[in-house]
Design a binder for this molecule. Structure first.
Ligand code: ADP
Ligand code: MG
Length: 726
């Protein structure tokens, strides 16, 4: 049945070594964080003065002090070796969107012997040969070096391999001239900007004790699992992470019987292994369930500080892929692995928390708390309203383009869902409430007379890209395969800007002798009135919404290329420039890298599709056609003339194969044209337009042929095979 090549691919696919196979403590208490050099371990292992200094550095988001680096490094090394480590690596996040690592052994030669050695210098900074990472022109070829440096805000950890472990040091990655080559640096800059501006507001409300405000993030991660032996027979899945062709399964997600269904035992075993590994790394994996599409699942961790949550989500994605292999699955993080069923996203739950542990997006119970809540709410609305284009940039990617606006995922138009009750409150504040409304929603301004806001503000609306869910915002437009850093950088920077505007006005008004109450009485209605157009509680999937959104002046950047063109708009750049989150050069470099990645992604998909269709689909269909021709002839030789079903079958096959052959020629011509275009924006437009549509045409013919070619002859596992075999 299978060719020797196919058998080899399947055997290889099924033979993945279990990654990180080490004995985790069985007791969850002991297991949680057992592979992390966290504060408690530091306290035990470091001399007191060194620990105190380091803790302060971590708390304030500073760089490691060289005077304590050797002591810290040595303690880390001893701890790591006790945990089976032989190597260490600077672990960083270049602009590939993935994580990068290069392992070095702890061993050094000393007087003819090897000793274990790890100096503070090696902890603080590394210099990987980084010339092959995308830099968007930030590193010229003569100065191709990139540098890594430990980000002390994220603790080092151990990753276990089949035969030994490696100490991972989460690092920044920057160029010789100090520009960010990663997403961690701007993320930390954005967190700091947000903290500074939020503290100004807290001070105006008389809070003198909070020293920092953090962005808190919980990232729900969706993914698909496909049996590796089936995936091995699909070059599209192996090379691009999605099926470039494939007729729909006769049974898809119509019955809703997969969503929250009983988790198949084989999948559960995989999930449990994933969770053990995550727990060992101190990642609080809390929730697991079946998602809407068959073969689709979700993992949600508890929320953490944004920079930690971002690193943890990168680890979650790595561990999902790695553990899946050991369980005979291929884990697909792509946003749209299968046509016709839901794709995968990442819900970025976001809130603000002060250093005393108060969630600033929690309405609270006193009038004072409510007024403060309304100020932060106004800031978020202002940020999203004025800078929807900035936030849209955090969701770009070739994969997510299949999802956004596809009536299963939030639209590409950004709006905010607040729920009826909260919107009522705002309406009555502005004085635009119409007719009788919910009594609970009545509100008077003036801090002393503010009644409590309604308790349950967590209405649900699944079609909104940006929903207020009681005490946090849930940004649902993020792609499942992407780092959550860009979206949080954009959100933090935009909200920092809005808080800055608001704080500046409030400070000025109070300085002129206006009371806080009177300041808010004037300011809040004005702000809500200005920004109410961003609030939309209706159905984001309805066809009327894009028109309504256009009337409201909300941008609708339907795809990655259009969204990325606006990266260099002055109004977009200013959001990042204003609080030094990104420099102009860093932004232009990012725009260039993202466009380039987009073009290459589509070009690879086009090439893979061309190869598959030419070398597998077309020959199989032609063979079928040749058999059909023989049969039709034989039937005619029996004296049955005219439109026999045998002849009809031949004709269908023949029109399919001729159509496919012509479509393939057009696809190949489009691929050639793409590589001939010189300028990046021109290339991107061509890929997004002509190339994708040439691919669609090829796919159409392949999918029709798939439905009629003898199943045993069809060289690729079908949608039903892949989605319903867990
Ligand atoms: P759902 O969106 O499915 O209703 P939950 O409300 O339980 O689920 O939360 C989903 C995610 O939101 C989880 O990752 C959770 O930790 C995170 N989350 C909960 N509260 C906050 C918060 N205050 N800030 C940020 N994330 C939060
Ligand atoms: Mg959710």
């Amino acid at each position: 049945m299978f060719s020797s090549r196919q058998s080899a691919l399947m055997a290889i696919a099924a033979s993945a070594l279990p990654g990180g196979s080490h004995a985790c403590p069985a007791n969850p208490d002991e297991r949680f964080g057992c592979d992390v050099f966290h504060l408690e371990v530091m306290r035990k292992r470091l001399p007191r003065p060194v620990f105190v200094k380091l803790e302060k550095i971590i708390r304030n988001g500073e760089m490691l002090d060289p005077s304590i680096a050797d002591t810290v490094a040595n303690a880390m090394k001893d701890w790591a070796i006790e945990h089976g480590a032989t190597h260490y690596t600077h672990w960083f996040q270049p602009m590939t969107g993935l994580t990068a690592e290069k392992h070095d052994a702890f061993w050094e030669y000393a007087g003819g012997r090897v000793i274990s050695e790890f100096s503070g210098k090696r902890l603080i900074s590394g210099e990987p040969d980084a010339s092959s990472f995308p830099s968007g022109g930030l590193r010229s070829t003569f100065e191709a070096r990139g540098y890594t440096a430990w980000d002390p805000s994220v603790p080092v950890f151990i990753a276990h391999g089949p035969k030994g472990s490696t100490l991972h040091i989460p690092c920044f990655f920057y160029s010789y001239s100090g520009e960010a080559l990663d997403r961690k640096i701007p993320l930390l800059r954005s967190v700091n900007a947000l903290s500074t501006q939020a503290l100004r507001i807290l001070r105006l409300f008389g809070n003198t004790t909070a020293t920092r405000v953090s962005a808190m993030v919980g990232a729900e991660q969706e993914y698909f699992l496909v049996d590796r032996r089936l995936a091995a027979l699909r070059p599209d899945l192996m090379l691009t992470g999605r099926t470039l062709l494939g007729a729909p399964s006769p049974k898809g997600q119509e019955l809703g019987d997969h969503y929250f269904g009983a988790i198949p035992a084989r999948v559960l075993a995989f999930m449990q292994d994933v969770e053990m590994r995550l727990e060992a790394l101190g990642i609080p994996a809390k929730t697991r369930h079946n998602e809407v599409a068959p073969g689709q699942f979700e993992l949600a961790p508890l929320f953490e500080e944004a920079n930690i949550a971002t690193d943890h989500n990168m680890l979650v994605m790595n561990i999902l892929k790695d553990t899946a292999a050991a369980h005979g699955f291929l884990c697909l993080l792509h946003e749209k692995p299968f046509e016709g069923v839901n794709g995968s996203g990442k819900h970025n739950n976001w809130s603000l928390c002060d250093s005393n542990g108060n969630n600033l997006l929690n309405p609270g119970s006193t009038p004072q708390d409510n007024a403060q809540f309304l100020v932060f709410l106004a800031a978020v609305l202002r940020a999203v309203h004025l800078h929807a284009d900035v936030l849209r940039l955090g969701t770009v990617g070739a994969g997510n383009d299949h999802r956004l606006g596809a009536n299963e995922a939030p639209p590409a138009i950004l709006s905010v869902y607040l729920g009826e009750q909260l919107t009522d409150v705002l309406d009555s504040l502005i004085g635009t409430a119409t007719g009788p409304h919910d009594k609970r929603a009545t509100i008077e301004i003036g801090v002393s007379t503010l009644p409590p806001l309604p308790v349950d503000l967590s209405d649900r609306n699944r079609t909104s890209p940006f929903a207020f869910t009681g005490n946090k915002f849930e940004f649902r437009a993020v792609g499942s395969s992407k780092s959550i850093a860009p979206v949080n950088i954009a959100l933090n920077a935009a909200v920092a800007g809005a808080l800055d505007d608001i704080a500046t006005e409030m400070e000025a008004s109070i300085a002129e002798g206006t009371s806080l109450n009177d300041t808010l009485k004037e300011l809040l209605p004005r702000l809500f009135k200005e920004h109410l157009p961003i609030v939309f509680n209706g159905n984001g999937y309805s066809s009327a919404w894009p028109e309504e959104a256009a009337r409201r002046g909300l941008p609708n950047y339907a795809n990655t290329v259009t969204a990325l063109e606006h990266y260099s708009d002055p109004s977009v750049m200013n959001v990042f420039l204003r609080h030094h989150v990104l420099t102009e050069r860093e932004m232009l470099a990012r725009q260039d890298i993202l466009l380039d990645t987009y073009i290459k992604t589509i070009a690879i998909e086009g090439q893979v599709l061309s190869d598959m269709a030419r070398a597998t689909v077309l020959p199989a269909a032609l063979k079928e056609q040749s058999e059909a021709a023989e049969l039709a002839l034989r039937v005619r030789s029996l004296g049955l003339e005219g439109d026999t079903p045998e002849l009809a079958r031949f004709n269908t096959l023949r029109s399919g194969t001729s159509g496919l052959a012509a479509a393939l020629d057009a696809l190949d011509a489009a691929l050639a044209e793409l590589s001939a275009i010189e300028d990046t924006p021109g290339k991107a437009h061509f890929a997004q337009g002509s190339l994708l549509s040439a691919m669609d045409t090829v796919r159409g013919f392949c999918d029709s042929l798939e439905k009629i070619v003898l199943r045993e002859r069809w060289p690729l596992p079908t949608y039903a095979d892949m989605m319903w075999s867990h």
